[in-house]
Design a protein around this ligand. Structure first.
Ligand code: FRU
Length: 485
């Protein structure tokens, strides 16, 4: 007889580990028609512990096959975050002239009085199924930095060498190498610019066309910053735009202001896939959907941690500035089941239709005309008598927001409940909202990915109500589509 274990809050369409603890995505690489997702994994329970690289693969970014642990700790330390690349030309000599996968990761050794972090590599000759650690490890050490981790590596075609961006205290160091084994420090970036509210972690660096124009490339540098008690936001991710010549990153004017990737609390340590085929051309990103502020306390049993929906990143001009835009990858559309299409002006009429829906995991694509007299509007998600998560827009603040104060279980950390908002351009005439709701998360993409809020929620499984609200007026020109996911 088989028993089905009901796991409250286990995501339906987001990646989560089969059991135990997970944090950052690692080693994101596409090779032979598989997206690899490695991740910081502790197989010893649901608390952060001895870090391994867990492993899963997907062909469509939506459904994942769990594979055995890829990298386990050894006498050099735990396996902290890092990246993976396809060594197409066998620059390492590991693959007898053929292409193969190389992982670049941080060893974290805390056997001594102070922690030691160093960079190492491992390779796989069987599409990531088994890994051999390089005998010459570590390949980069430091006497200067205690926090010295999270190598993200890519091939820089113009200079025909590998580039590594590495978090070093509160800056990033840029190294280069002909063969992934011998590395030279090229430059350091970050002093006096950006947010220094916490230690810098998990950087990523890549070029994107501005407005799809491949003759006009700009470089994007992502830098996650760790949680510090002084800041209620906890851990979060900033981005810079600028120029990169293979050695140094030079920020542009717009980067003098701190820019956040996400205005919710639960998108951290996100990085992008390496080696997406040129004919695809996308820059695909995924983040860890939690926050170091309370990651150890989230109310799940048997497993802990999930990833955001994979997102495509683009650079688009808004008000004369190239800004980072995020949209769920197109593959999401393949897991949709259409539920409702409505267009109208009377809020209560739509609510009559929604009243009889019992919705757990779904997507809403909505458009509203912000007519005079409207104060705020939006959706109440996963509702019951006691619970609701509000995702909406406040006209007075020109801000899209998520209010998770009454979203379900919130009392596991004093900073969990609350309202998170992202400012949109003032005097908006039309608002677009795209919401992804899973068993323990809501992701809000406002105005076609211009502002994003990613928040965990822990509603009761029976909180399945959904409604539209509009304060100030009952008339709100709307177009709404709902899909089950
Ligand atoms: C970011 C991070 C990384 C580190 C890893 C350890 O969340 O702190 O800097 O490599 O997690 O699990």
């Amino acid at each position: 007889m088989s028993t089905v274990k009901v796991e409250n809050h286990r995501p339906k369409f987001h990646f989560s580990p089969p059991a135990d603890w997970m944090n950052d995505p690692n080693g994101l690489v596409y090779f032979k028609e598989e997206y690899h997702l490695f991740y910081q994994y502790s197989p010893n329970g649901t608390d952060v512990g001895g870090m391994h690289w867990g492993h899963a693969v997907s062909r469509d970014l939506m459904t994942w096959e769990h594979l055995p642990i890829a990298l386990a700790p050894d006498e050099k330390g735990m396996i902290f975050s890092g990246s993976a690349v396809v060594d197409w030309n066998d620059t390492t000599g590991f693959f007898g002239g053929k292409p193969g996968l190389v992982a670049i990761f941080t060893y974290h050794d805390h056997s001594g009085l102070t922690q030691k972090q160093s960079q190492s590599i491992a390779y796989s000759k069987d599409c990531g199924r088994t890994w051999i650690k390089y005998e010459g490890n570590p390949v980069i050490t430091s006497d200067q930095y205690v926090d010295f981790r999270d190598p993200k590596v890519f091939w820089h075609e113009e200079t025909k060498r590998w580039v590594m961006v590495l978090a070093c205290g509160q800056t990033v160091c840029l190294y280069h190498s002909p063969n992934l084994k011998e590395w030279t420090l090229g430059s350091e970036f970050g002093e006096g610019i950006g947010s220094h509210d916490g230690v810098w972690e998990c950087p990523d660096l890549f070029a994107l066309p501005v407005d799809g124009d491949r003759t006009n490339l700009k470089w994007v540098l992502l830098v996650s910053i760790g949680a510090e008690p002084a800041f209620p936001e906890g851990s979060r991710t900033q981005y810079f735009t600028g120029h990169f010549d293979g050695r140094a990153f030079v920020p542009d004017e717009a980067s003098q202001t701190v820019r956040w990737l996400d205005y919710g609390r639960d998108n951290y340590a996100g990085v992008s896939w390496s080696d997406i085929p040129e004919e695809d051309g996308r820059r695909i990103y995924i983040g860890w959907m939690s926050n170091w502020k309370y990651a150890n306390k989230t109310p799940t049993e048997g497993w802990r941690g999930a990833m955001t929906i994979p997102r495509e990143l683009t650079l688009e001009s808004r008000n004369g500035e190239a800004v980072l835009i995020q949209r769920p990858v197109l593959e999401l559309e393949r897991i949709r089941t259409p539920l409702l299409v409505a267009e109208g002006e009377a809020v209560n009429e739509l609510n009559l239709l929604l009243k009889y829906q019992q919705l757990e995991t779904y997507e809403i694509v909505a458009e509203f005309v912000l007519a005079q007299g409207i104060d705020s509007l939006g959706f109440k998600l996963r509702t019951s008598e006691q619970e609701e998560t509000v995702a909406g827009y406040s006209v007075k603040d020109s801000a899209v927001f998520v209010d998770r104060s009454r979203s379900g279980v919130v009392d596991f950390h004093e900073h969990f409940a609350g309202i998170h908002q992202a400012i949109l351009p003032p005097d908006l005439q039309c608002l677009q909202l795209r919401l992804l709701v899973d068993r323990s998360s809501v992701e809000v993409f406002a105005n076609d990915g211009l502002a994003v809020i990613t928040d965990l929620i822990f509603p009761s499984p029976s909180s399945l109500g959904l409604s539209l609200f509009c304060n100030g007026k009952n008339e709100l020109p709307y177009k709404v589509k709902i899909y089950q996911l």
